[in-house]
Design a protein around this ligand. Structure first.
Ligand code: 13P
Ligand code: SF4
Length: 379
């Protein structure tokens, strides 16, 4: 959990009318039915709706400017990690959503695109990837000769899971002329079925490079795909997948924080639903959030993505204030998959040289071609 100043303001809203996926989820349907029951009960008893249908609002998490200019002292386990890293000649790559203790000992912290380049360029003997499974797989695909370790092999991704390779293969067999652009948040098997990979940082550029006479199928994120389609004017078929965490951000929840901080620009990840993207001042990848918040004159920003992002923002822009984008139920939004990696699992991984990403060479070769195409196209 991040350290924050917490203030409680605003009102509570309980539905997500934007995302077809989230709307259909049992959780949201359950809450909607509960709210309906409350409304019926309230009118039956002639009770004011506001007293029943407005449970305690989530508290706003505010991260004020960093007071200390000095980096925090390392803990024993962090020092142990740095020693093991030297012994193994390992490189530690960490995604922006990792816990702060991991970010502090990583050689590079970044978004999926930056991490892919770093993985392709490294001279280290082995890679320890602190992120989710598809990210470590990508590092393995571009580094066949090096061991790639992931501190917790169960660090998956709901978005990746929403596009099983068998279903994509069947759809492609029925529609053989499609050009498949795959968001990097997918399995190696899905990558192997794709023509080119993209990340949130380069998706617009990649789609603009696809020959105009080809029909595009964009997998697996319908929200990113819709945003890219709007940016490029390119009509695309969208796979009906989504990130379970990003679709929890709603227009109502973000509006509530914006009322508290009207001067703060809203910065949202393109995996968010359209009504959230529409109210954002900037829609961009996690890496571009750093540039936007550095260059924008505002003193405070509402960050609508996984809350771990705020560690990096605070480290790189210590003089500004960051406000965690809330959901309807919580003041922050953490990806349960990203958070499976812990500082002690990272130490154990370096010490024991496992768990390792293992991949069939035939699959690796097939998955490498669309990744290399992306790396070439996004220069
Ligand atoms: P970025 O590439 O923008 O860091 O996004 C990765 C991701 O998993 C978003 O949920
Ligand atoms: Fe996957 Fe969403 Fe987690 Fe990113 S935040 S790793 S897209 S589940």
């Amino acid at each position: 959990m991040l350290a924050a100043n917490v203030s409680r303001r605003g009102s509570f809203a309980s539905t997500n009318a934007d995302s077809p996926v989230a709307d259909g989820s049992p959780l949201v349907c359950g809450i909607t039915h509960f709210a309906l029951f409350i409304r019926l009960f309230a009118s039956f008893n002639q009770v004011q709706m506001s007293t029943l249908a407005s449970p305690t609002p989530p508290e706003t998490m505010v991260f004020p400017p960093e007071q200390s200019k000095d980096p925090p002292a390392l803990t024993d386990i962090q020092r142990e990690i740095l020693e093991l890293k030297e012994t193994r000649n390992a490189v530690i790559l960490a995604h922006n959503y990792q816990v702060e203790a991991i970010q502090q000992v990583a050689d590079f912290v970044g978004d999926s695109l930056g991490l892919s380049y770093k993985a392709a360029e490294t001279n280290a003997d082995c890679i320890v990837f602190c992120g989710v499974h598809f990210m470590a797989e990508t590092a393995k695909i571009v580094n066949p000769e090096k061991p790639v370790y992931l501190p917790d092999l169960d660090a998956g991704c709901s978005l990746s899971d929403s596009c099983p390779a068998g279903k994509l293969a069947a759809y492609k067999a029925e529609n053989p002329d499609l050009y498949v652009v795959a968001y990097i948040n997918c399995s190696a098997e899905v990558k192997a079925l794709s023509d080119v990979i993209c990340t949130s940082g380069n998706a617009v550029k990649i789609v603009e490079k696809v020959p105009t006479d080809r029909r595009i199928l964009f997998v697996p994120d319908q929200n990113l795909g819709q945003w890219v389609s709007q940016q490029t004017g390119r009509n695309m078929q969208l796979w009906p997948g989504s990130c379970y965490a990003h679709v929890l951000f709603t227009q109502q929840a973000i509006e509530r924080v914006r009322l508290e901080y009207p001067e703060a620009p809203v910065v949202a990840h393109p995996e968010c639903v359209q009504s959230v993207r529409d109210m954002a001042d900037e829609v961009c990848s996690t890496e571009k959030m750093i540039h936007f918040c550095s260059n924008n004159p505002a003193e405070a920003f509402i960050i609508v993505t996984e809350t771990g992002m705020i560690h990096r923002l605070q480290r790189e822009i210590p003089e500004k204030t960051f406000i965690a984008g809330p959901t309807d139920f919580c003041a922050c939004n953490e990806c349960r998959f990203m958070k499976r990696n812990t500082i002690s699992k990272l130490r154990d991984t370096l010490r024991d040289q496992k768990p390792e990403i293992i991949m069939e060479e035939e699959l690796r070769v097939q998955a490498e071609a669309p990744i290399q195409r992306m790396l070439e196209w996004s220069h």
